[in-house]
Write a protein that binds this ligand. Structure first.
Ligand SMILES: Cc1cc2nc3c(=O)[nH]c(=O)nc-3n(C[C@H](O)[C@H](O)[C@H](O)COP(=O)(O)OP(=O)(O)OC[C@H]3O[C@@H](n4cnc5c(N)ncnc54)[C@H](O)[C@@H]3O)c2cc1C
Length: 97
């Protein structure tokens, strides 16, 4: 968990530096959103599993957090669409046309 969170933080930090310099591209933003939202969702699922059956109860907030992330993965742009944007950026080929 900590390694994936740290990698995602580094990605965000780098994007922030580029953005401050006025150099961040929308494709780079897509890549960061895609990676970090998926990472957060996977970690929330893992945290839910750590709690076993108790993880699905209202006694812990992890399920609520997971469900929030399920909406984020849609409203921040879906995984597939961000991947198409990344693919276009590195190959110049628009696979969604
Ligand atoms: C809580 C919430 C808040 C939102 N807030 C905003 C907001 O503030 N501003 C805003 O502009 N929008 C907002 N949205 C809309 C959101 O951005 C869209 O729901 C999202 O982009 C997905 O579009 P769609 O619902 O039309 O699904 P569709 O485009 O119909 O996609 C359905 C599924 O098909 C996949 N798909 C679609 N086309 C392709 C393709 N060519 N190749 C492969 N897979 C494909 C998608 O990845 C997705 O999994 C919000 C949505 C939610 C749920």
């Amino acid at each position: 968990m900590i390694t994936e969170i740290t990698k995602a933080q580094l990605l965000t930090w780098r994007l922030g530096v580029l953005r401050n310099e006025g150099k961040a591209t929308s494709a780079q933003i897509s890549m960061a959103k895609r990676n970090n939202v998926e990472m957060a969702l996977n970690i929330a699922r893992e945290a839910r599993q750590v709690l076993g059956a108790m993880g699905i109860t209202g006694d812990y907030s992890i399920m609520r957090h997971m469900m929030n992330l399920e909406s984020v993965i849609t409203y921040e742009g879906t995984h597939d669409i961000h991947l198409l944007i990344t693919g276009l950026d590195i190959t110049g080929i628009a696979a969604f046309k």
